[in-house]
Write a protein that binds this ligand. Structure first.
Ligand SMILES: Cc1cc2nc3c(=O)[nH]c(=O)nc-3n(C[C@H](O)[C@H](O)[C@H](O)COP(=O)(O)OP(=O)(O)OC[C@H]3O[C@@H](n4cnc5c(N)ncnc54)[C@H](O)[C@@H]3O)c2cc1C
Length: 305
């Protein structure tokens, strides 16, 4: 079995997440080949054939051209799996490739079970195990779910590809800088995050007070951000920031996979939850079973003494 890994490149660099694709293929136990629209200095270190399409001509994302590049590599390698990151690039390109190949697509794979794929469902509260009914399968993998450990090594065998490119109906206009963030959670040594369990917007102030008492920053789960209680720049998780502070305190957070993907690399995790069986308990070093709105103000008051 073989996987074609579609790596990502931006502004002269290979995106770090590309190594998660390699880790995925290794855990699946399949041979790997790589396709990259990028420059030679960005080719990942791996013992694999790398189909490199010239960044100077095609690096800026163009769905039609990148689809043709991936399909060209598919034709040459005949892989069983074509694997993308579950990123904005993967969201856009993977279904185009799947449709062209008439292949099943399995999106946002979070783990593997005996060669089958686990994906989350019911808003991240459950997981289901699926397999593909087609000969070939297009897969996107969840950020952080197949993290790469150790030093990248290996000697890639680079082969240039230049697909037949006709005039495109899509034109690249430019990049727009993201809104400037009022907080950089990635650099914080301590993060205290509010989850839906805090109950209402007014209760977030107590979580923020604990963050300040610990000289840390306020984080949040997605529902808290979606409700407008906390700005998006504080969101932790797959569609927020990935953080790895020395101390992470999860207040009224259940521990959905999308939240865990953003914080599970924290050095020490304390969770405060009224449910002793909340999934966050599986990653927490300490689980405090308590009402967050009683426990947190009491803890902050003690810390201030
Ligand atoms: C594509 C996609 C991307 C996503 N991206 C993200 C993301 O980036 N970040 C993210 O966080 N989520 C993300 N989610 C949502 C995720 O699936 C969960 O829905 C979300 O993380 C749940 O947030 P929560 O834990 O705050 O709320 P809930 O799951 O509702 O959990 C609330 C918890 O609080 C506890 N609780 C209730 N009252 C109290 C109390 N008084 N005291 C103590 N504990 C209490 C409950 O026992 C429960 O465990 C995403 C989902 C999808 C589908």
């Amino acid at each position: 079995m073989k996987a074609l890994l579609v790596c990502e490149y931006r502004e002269g660099k290979l995106l770090e997440g590309s190594y998660e694709l390699i880790s995925f293929a290794d855990r699946l136990g399949v041979e790997k080949a790589i396709v990259l629209v990028g420059s030679e200095n960005a080719v990942p270190k791996a013992d694999a054939r790398v189909y490199l399409a010239n960044a100077a001509a095609w690096a800026e994302y163009n769905p039609e051209i990148h689809r043709k590049i991936v399909l060209e590599a598919v034709q040459r390698e005949s892989p069983d799996y074509i694997v993308f990151l579950h990123s904005s690039y993967g969201w856009d390109l993977a279904p185009r490739v799947a449709a062209a190949l008439k292949a099943a697509q399995i999106s946002e794979v979070a783990s593997l079970q005996d060669g089958k794929f686990e994906v989350s469902c019911c808003n991240g509260k459950m997981r289901r195990t699926v397999t593909s009914a087609t000969e070939r399968t297009v897969v996107t993998i969840q950020a952080g779910a197949f993290s790469f450990s150790g030093e990248p090594r290996g000697v890639p065998r680079v082969e240039m590809i230049a697909p037949p490119v006709a005039a495109s109906a899509v034109e690249f206009i430019g990049y727009e800088a993201a809104e400037k963030k009022d907080v950089d959670l990635a650099k914080a040594a301590v993060i205290v995050s509010a989850g839906r369990g805090v109950g209402k917007k007014e209760n977030v102030a107590a979580i923020d007070a604990l963050a300040k008492a610990l000289q840390g920053e306020l984080g949040a789960s997605r529902p808290v951000v979606d409700a407008g209680w906390v700005p998006h720049s504080h969101q932790v998780g797959t569609t927020g920031q990935t953080v790895s502070p020395k101390l992470y305190v999860a207040c009224g957070i259940s521990g959905a996979i999308q939240h865990l993907a953003g914080m599970k690399k924290s050095e020490f995790i304390v969770a405060i939850n009224k449910d002793k069986d909340a999934p966050i308990g599986e990653v927490a070093d300490v689980l405090v079973v308590a009402d967050v709105n009683q426990f947190v103000p009491a803890l902050t008051a003690k810390l201030r003494k």
